[in-house]
Ligand binder design. Structure first.
Ligand code: SP5
Ligand code: ZN
Length: 358
């Protein structure tokens, strides 16, 4: 069995926002540091190798998928917010730009609204360091695949798949999976270019998103590209977050037309129903024939998750992993959501064991 390389960043524990606003109510922040503690404890108890600290990649690979002004904002937002006399707990918007407006205001409150699309991505003192470390963890996993490893698991906090090119939302700031997928695609294209084998962009990376919520950020980042296929299985946006994308008729645009596949599912889906959709997703990936797979792994599909309405079980994640492993691809697993904290670690272990990287 191939060894599973595990990477995590410890500064993520500093990212601990006090609250979010969901469905008209102030709620304790679901995406808590305890999630990672539970995962690390379960991996250790299951005998997985000790986690590695990430390598440091600098801003280069992040700017491959994010706007520079947005990343600069993330870096400075908390400091400027506090310097202006606003409360230190968290940067949060109270006004988003009305459709068709932007305006040049540099007020900290204006910036907070411009660079976020919901009220679930508060920026605290430790958020930027955590988000950078989280992206470095995903990039380290990608580098290990380029060096010939079959499997890597990046325990990323904060998660990433909702973050777009220039907006935070849904607990996400830097899109870890997208940064890693772009890095894999660029590295492969560079080496292919040097050897003169491929004159054009060829299939390189597939991103499979199995979080309960549609990966709107990842979809948007790769929507017009054919060198990264995006496939997502998620709750139908007609009833669930992120509401404005994830519909089946979103198939990509321009050069990316046909390279985006959404499989929205109804409430109450169980292991069998989910595995049927997964089979469809894997057929599309197999037809694309990528060199690498990036798996955006959320566990909010679990029965009893406070944010989800699917009914997946712990053994279900092993079955999902086993089915994905049949692709035979070098695979980077990137941690996304999952808020049934008590069972989160066990569910991660189940998926990783199913993949075969025990
Ligand atoms: C990474 C990730 O999983 N982010 C998820 C963000 C979801 N935020 C909005 C949740 C909407 C709350 N509605 C709960 C309905 C209860 N079934
Ligand atoms: Zn989610």
């Amino acid at each position: 069995m191939a060894a599973m390389q595990i990477i995590t960043n410890l500064e993520q524990q500093l990212h601990d926002p006090p609250f979010e606003i969901l469905d008209g109510q102030v709620q304790p922040y679901f995406e808590s540091p305890r999630r990672a503690e539970m995962i690390l404890a379960a991996l250790d108890a299951a005998g997985f190798p000790a986690p590695q600290a990430p390598r440091r990649f600098g801003l280069g690979p992040i700017l491959g998928v994010h706007a520079e002004d947005y990343v600069t904002y993330l870096q400075q937002a908390h400091m400027r917010w506090v310097a202006s006399g606003r409360p230190a707990e968290a940067v949060m918007p109270c006004t988003m730009p009305p459709r068709g407006t932007a305006g040049p205001s540099l007020s900290p409150t204006a910036l907070a609204g411009r660079y976020a699309f919901d009220l679930s991505a508060p920026i605290t003192a430790g958020t930027y360091a955590a988000a950078r470390g989280s992206a470095d963890a995903a990039l380290s996993g990608a580098a290990l695949l380029l060096e010939g490893e079959r499997y890597a698991y990046a325990l990323c906090r904060p998660p990433g798949h909702h973050a777009t090119r220039d907006q935070a939302g849904g607990y996400c700031f830097i899109n870890n999976a997208a940064v890693a997928a772009h890095y894999l695609a660029s590295a492969s294209e560079t080496s292919a270019g040097e050897s003169g084998v491929w004159a054009m962009r060829s299939p390189v990376v597939a991103v499979l998103d199995i979080d309960f919520h549609h990966g709107n950020g990842t979809q948007a980042i790769f929507y017009e590209r054919s060198d990264v296929l995006f496939v997502s299985i998620h709750a139908d946006p007609d009833r669930e977050y992120p509401y404005f994308s994830g519909f089946a008729d979103e198939r990509g645009a321009g050069a990316g037309e046909g390279y985006n596949l959404n499989l929205p599912l109804p409430a109450g889906v169980d292991d069998d129903g989910y595995l049927a959709a997964l089979n469809q997703a894997l057929e599309a990936i197999q037809a694309y024939a990528p060199h690498f797979l990036v798996l955006s792994a959320g566990f909010d599909t679990f029965d009893g998750d406070p944010l989800g309405d699917f009914k997946l079980t712990t053994p279900g994640y092993a079955a999902i992993g086993a089915q994905i492993a049949r692709l035979g691809l070098p695979t980077l697993v990137v941690q996304e959501g999952g808020y049934a904290v008590e069972e989160l670690g066990t569910n991660v272990v189940s998926l990783l064991r199913g993949l075969g990287g025990a």
